[in-house]
Design a protein around this ligand. Structure first.
Ligand SMILES: *Cc1c(COP(=O)(O)O)cnc(C)c1O
Length: 377
């Protein structure tokens, strides 16, 4: 149904009433062996065409204002399957600066192997993207807000630039979630998600998704089914359930992160806070234009630079990797996602030893602030 609001789509889109049991939820269809005689096409999980896969895809596509999609067994499966199906040998890709670590290492370790060249721009100003385009450029790939410094790229400017040159645009929309940002509305062609994060939201599912037009999805599907990163029925069902509460979770996370960012921004033991919702953030004006909420992710630098000692003193906030769960978690990029970088590379990426990335959950924000305060004592 057209024109429904996000809260309604999250609950209802794609979910199938169960005629057999009169149940409210899409049943779990676990069979990998499906009858084929007189059927219009062969159904098989790795073909991305089972009922449970289609139900969850319909929900994510509705939330992203897209026509169709595919659901994968990880965010990286979605990213790799999408890139490798849209760029051929001798093609070129322009990537933004500040990519998710897994994407960065896939790009720098494996694109060569397939005869694909690439440029990672020096900074995320649209002019830098324009300069990086060559006659072979097939795709521009962005990720905003970025990990871990929450840098903001101008989605509309990049989409317009690419359209003029007949180049496809891909965005990794994981950090914002479809509740806070709908890049297709700004002219982006393809939206990717690590569904492991906000879409699943309970730190217990590893999954990924791509959303686009029917036409583009039909060009991704053949490569995706050969790479084989499909999601099984049980996980699709769990993901579908999680998505029903996406808007309530993310709205609470937006609110909590906003309060916490304000308090940390004025804290004597904290050097700098990175949060797109702060008026002092370098991408605030663009964020206001393209985001409906500023998200649950923020980063900050400790004055004393000792992120290990600080994390050890926390009682409620859990030092752990990954993000987007209902529980608040914290990690030091220099000790986790960026641990393989040397001092010089860390400096170039703007990642100090005292940098901490907070994934704000749905708890009461005052309890979270109390925990941070007691860790400073
Ligand atoms: C986690 C993450 C990914 C990779 O997703 P997996 O589900 O771990 O494969 C990609 N992009 C961003 C922004 C992420 O946070």
């Amino acid at each position: 149904m057209k024109n429904q609001k996000k809260e309604t789509q999250a609950v209802h889109s794609g979910t199938q009433f169960d005629e057999n049991s009169m149940g409210t939820n899409t049943p779990i269809y676990a069979s990998t062996s499906v009858g084929y005689l007189d059927a219009p096409h062969i159904v098989y999980p790795r073909y991305f065409n089972t009922i449970n896969q289609q139900s969850v895809v319909e929900k994510i596509a509705a939330l992203e204002n897209g026509e169709d999609g595919l659901v994968f067994s990880s965010g990286m499966a979605a990213i790799s399957s999408t890139l490798f199906s849209l760029v051929q040998k001798n093609g070129h890709v322009v990537f933004q600066k500040g990519l998710y670590g897994g994407t960065f290492s896939m790009v720098t370790n494996h694109l060569d192997q397939f005869g694909i060249s690439y440029t990672i721009v020096e900074n995320n100003h649209p002019k830098s993207f324009k300069k990086a385009i060559t006659p072979e450029t097939r795709v521009i790939y962005i990720e905003t807000p970025s990990n871990p410094l929450l840098q903001v790229t101008d989605i509309e400017a990049i989409a317009q630039l690419a359209k003029k040159e007949n180049i496809l645009t891909i965005i990794d929309n994981t950090f914002a979630s479809p509740i806070n940002q709908n890049p297709i509305d700004f002219g982006i062609d393809i939206v990717l998600h690590s569904a492991t994060k906000y879409l699943s939201g309970h730190s217990d599912i590893c999954a990924g998704a791509v959303v686009s037009t029917k036409e583009i999805i039909s060009t991704i599907r053949p490569m995706a089914l050969h790479l084989g990163g499909s999601l099984n029925a049980q996980m699709c069902s769990l993901l579908e359930r999680s998505l029903k509460t996406l808007s309530v979770r993310v709205n609470q996370q937006n609110k909590n992160a906003g309060f916490i960012a304000d308090i940390l921004n004025n804290h004597p033991k904290i050097e700098h806070v990175y949060y797109p919702g702060l008026a002092t953030h370098n991408g605030h004006d663009i964020a206001k234009k393209q985001m409906l909420g500023f998200g649950g992710m923020l980063s900050f630098e400790l004055v004393d630079n000792d992120s290990y000692a600080f994390q050890k003193k926390l009682k409620l906030i859990r030092p752990s990797v990954s993000l987007g769960g209902v529980e608040t978690t914290i990690c030091a990029p220099a000790l986790t996602s960026h641990r393989h970088l040397n001092e010089e590379q860390l400096e170039k990426e703007g990642i100090s030893k005292g940098l901490l990335r907070l994934s704000v959950g749905i708890e009461n924000w005052e309890d979270l602030v109390d925990d941070i305060e007691q860790a400073f004592k």
